[in-house]
Design a protein around this ligand. Structure first.
Ligand SMILES: Cc1ncc(COP(=O)(O)O)c(C=O)c1O
Length: 414
């Protein structure tokens, strides 16, 4: 199966604007900073259901694919929602509610526990949060709204699966399906929010709308911090490969690692679907570039045609390379993780979870690309498996077994 993956193509663009070993700068710190991270960490660590997700060492795969180490941060169990997105949208909902409470009562130290206790029910229940989603972000926002007691309307575009829709509705949100692609649904959600005085909790920034997406990304840094803590004492990755949609996930990881490790940070590579490659095209064109069309990819969470400008401001300088892979490569990588190399634990990874790992494995299979990206037998790879089987029917169709069947082979630990 590793060989099957290595036979896929990959397009790699080395970023001419990458600043490499430069320190974490003021421009980046103005977007994501240590104080914001510490606040997100302290807050979410106290939330019901918080637990670190595992960092799995895939030694069998590393040996077979020509790496020294491969570490896989498995987000499948995050807050019971199935993806890392649980950290972002729900945290932004909390921040928004805390701000509204502060404005109306003067209380500036409101915690999630205060809100959950019902102390501010009158204020919170009168607030409606909303967003567009291809599944995971909306689920996080709906979960946060449900936890804190506010109302919630979530927009999904034409091709979001029925099971994703049901998962969001099960959290008490009203779900509205719109024609067109993800970017179209973002615009409808924003327009309706204006009409109905709702609060938009978007994971992507746009002109005049930066605070909420910044909170979303700050929430994601909790995952990055966990991973750094979980690495074996004294061992650090040489490379991080991470998948990109609007770029928020990649920017949060890039910024956090850069801030923590400064000039000694690993090489940072972003991988996208070849059918939805807005970050890759932006890198090639030297600035945010819109990709139009159906954005037709099985990697639903990565099916974005417009970068988040906030994320771009970090990645433009912080990412060393941008790459694209096919759906077939992602599917092979899901199957590879479900039926892993000898000694490795089977992992349930959804369609949008594996682009980073798939990209690294494909690149390592090519001498030219290994050279270009400095990959060799001493390379230590850190990847973020950003979701489990968030669309169970799709997972089973691709892998040929249900997530439960894969997990049972892992002794219930995958
Ligand atoms: C599972 C998963 N991985 C990665 C991403 C990409 O995150 P971003 O859009 O912040 O780049 C998403 C986005 O929805 C996702 O759901």
């Amino acid at each position: 199966m590793t060989r099957a993956l290595a036979s896929h193509g990959i397009d790699v663009f080395t970023n001419p604007r990458a600043v490499g070993a430069a320190p974490f700068g003021a421009q980046q710190a103005a977007i994501l900073d240590r104080q914001g991270h510490a606040q997100a960490m302290a807050e979410m660590a106290a939330w019901p259901g918080y637990a670190e997700t595992p960092l799995v060492s895939l030694d069998g795969l590393a040996a077979r694919a020509g790496f020294d180490r491969i570490w896989y941060k498995d987000e499948g169990g995050r807050f019971g929602l199935g993806s890392f997105k649980a950290l972002g949208g729900a945290y932004a909902v909390f921040r928004l509610l805390a701000k509204a409470i502060a404005e109306r009562t003067g209380a500036t130290d409101v915690t999630a526990a205060d809100i959950v206790s019902g102390r501010y029910r009158d204020i919170v229940s009168g607030i409606t949060v909303t967003c567009a989603t291809d599944g995971n972000h909306g689920r996080s926002v709906a979960w946060g709204a449900n936890l804190f007691g506010s109302r919630c309307v979530i927009y999904i575009h034409a091709t979001v699966s029925q099971s994703r829709q049901e998962a969001i509705a099960a959290l008490g949100a009203e779900v509205v399906r719109t024609p067109g692609n993800y970017d179209d649904s973002v615009r409808v959600a924003a327009a309706d929010a204006e009409t109905h005085s709702r609060f938009v909790v978007s994971d992507t920034s746009y002109d005049g709308y930066m605070d909420v997406p910044r909170d979303v990304m700050q929430g994601y840094t909790v995952m990055a911090a966990e991973a750094l803590e979980q690495l074996p004492e004294g061992e650090r990755p040489t490379h991080i490969f991470v998948q990109g949609g609007v770029g928020g996930l990649a920017a949060a990881i890039c910024a956090h690692v850069w801030d923590q490790w400064g000039t000694a940070r690993p090489r940072f590579v972003i991988v996208e679907p070849d059918q939805a490659d807005c970050l890759y095209q932006s890198a090639r064109n030297g600035g945010p570039t819109v990709v139009t069309g159906a954005l037709d990819t099985i990697m639903a969470g990565l099916a974005c045609g417009e970068v988040s400008p906030l994320a771009w401001d970090i990645l433009d300088a912080g990412a060393d390379a941008f790459a694209t892979i096919s759906d077939a490569a992602a599917a092979d990588c899901m199957r590879l993780l479900a039926s892993p190399a000898k000694g490795d634990t089977p992992i349930v990874a959804g369609e949008s979870a594996v682009a980073g790992l798939a990209g690294a494995l494909i690149a390592r299979g090519s001498d030219t690309l290994s050279k270009e990206l400095n990959l060799d037998g001493n390379s230590r790879l850190l990847v973020f498996g950003s979701e489990g089987a968030t669309d169970p029917a799709m997972y089973e169709k691709i892998v040929g077994r249900s997530a439960d069947a894969v997990r049972s082979k892992a002794g219930g630990s995958a």
